[in-house]
Design a protein around this ligand. Structure first.
Ligand SMILES: Nc1ncnc2c1ncn2[C@@H]1O[C@H](COP(=O)(O)OP(=O)(O)O)[C@@H](O)[C@H]1O
Ligand SMILES: O=C(O)C1=C[C@@H](OP(=O)(O)O)[C@@H](O)[C@H](O)C1
Length: 314
């Protein structure tokens, strides 16, 4: 049997509970880490369609399956091993299984975290609050929202009122004060305000916890914040009507340009665009909060594993 490294392959797609398929080579498999191919052949026919049976066990971090057939041209035997990444398996599981897996995964992460606070950072609308709540539940951590803590400290004044009646500088001072208090706590997932990263002083406190950046494409953010109403996010102004998404996107672009290097300082990042490609989805809106929370836990575990290996090697 001729064995040649596979050059082009496609996203591994789970079609149903028991069927998965992979079509060569019309689509390019972009995430090589989640596909391993033990054997291949020298010319892959354009229309070669491979079907495999998959054991669906979401509790298992990754599934492997193998496929055996004959090469359509030469008739020689072929054998291919696939491995789907953990998030691919998770994304295909039903909600009840996902809840269970998230809980198990959360328990696994506790060993590395050792009670460390988690600070979620990212642009406004990136899902820090939505996903943060799920993450806190999985870890049995407390969920806190820095905007909410600022509002409470200001006697219930909303963030939007704060910007209107005082100014951004005073809001940022209040934000730092909240962060100072938070830095002496543990076992919390904190959804921070999108602008917390710009003050270098804030990093002194953020660094006492684990920072996770939710890296979401700006066009998806613009859609979300307009759907939620831009009046709640004073830096975007009040964009309404047909051009609202376009206007919000322009503002987000300007803000992001300035902040991107600060977000990139996070210990861990979850890149939504990468996740979309890996899962073979069309759009960021296809990523459920559960899938994002799962991927966060994956990244947290990876981070502490690398840290442990680094310490052992030193
Ligand atoms: N994965 C997601 N899928 C769909 N909608 C989402 C997702 N994450 C967040 N949202 C929606 O986007 C808006 C902003 O989310 P939120 O969690 O408040 O962001 P942040 O706290 O980062 O500002 C909310 O209306 C929320 O329901
Ligand atoms: O990006 C920012 O500067 C801000 C984001 C908001 O929080 P969210 O990121 O939770 O929307 C809030 O703190 C305030 O409107 C300022």
């Amino acid at each position: 049997m001729e064995i040649i490294a596979l050059q082009a392959s496609s996203p591994f797609q789970v079609a149903s509970a028991t069927e998965a398929s992979c079509t060569f080579p019309s689509k390019v498999f972009r995430d090589r880490s989640s596909l391993s191919c033990s054997r291949s052949w020298n010319r892959i026919p354009d229309d070669c369609h491979l079907s495999v049976s998959v054991s669906r066990r979401p509790q298992v971090p990754a599934i492997r399956c193998s496929f055996q057939d004959r090469h359509p041209d030469s008739g020689s035997p072929i054998s291919i091993d696939f491995a789907a990444s953990a998030v691919q398996v998770f994304a295909e599981a039903n909600e009840a299984d996902q809840a269970l897996v998230l809980k198990n995964k959360g328990s696994e992460s506790l060993e590395g975290l050792k009670g460390t606070c988690i600070y979620l950072i990212g642009m406004m609308g990136s899902g820090k609050t939505t996903v943060g709540k799920l993450l806190a539940e999985a870890l049995e951590y407390e969920f806190l929202d820095s905007d909410k803590l600022i509002e409470d400290a200001a006697g219930g004044m909303t963030v939007a009122q704060f910007f209107k009646e005082q100014d951004e500088e005073k809001f940022r001072n209040a934000e730092t004060e909240v962060l100072v208090k938070l830095s002496s706590t543990g076992r919390s997932v904190v959804a921070t305000g999108g602008g917390i990263v710009v003050r270098p002083l804030n990093w002194t406190y953020l660094r006492q916890g684990l920072t996770i950046w939710l890296n979401v494409p700006l066009d998806a953010l613009a859609e979300r914040v307009v759907a939620a109403g831009t009046h709640t996010r004073p830096l975007l102004g009040d964009s309404q009507g047909d051009a609202a998404v376009v206007k919000a996107l322009e503002k987000l672009k300007a803000i992001y340009k300035f902040r991107a290097p600060s977000y990139a300082k996070a210990d861990v990042a979850v890149c939504f665009q990468e996740l979309v490609v890996r899962l073979g989805y069309e759009h960021v809106r296809d990523l459920s909060p559960m899938v994002i929370a799962f991927q966060m836990l994956e990244e947290i575990n990876k981070f502490y594993k690398m840290k442990k290996n680094g310490a052992a090697a030193a």
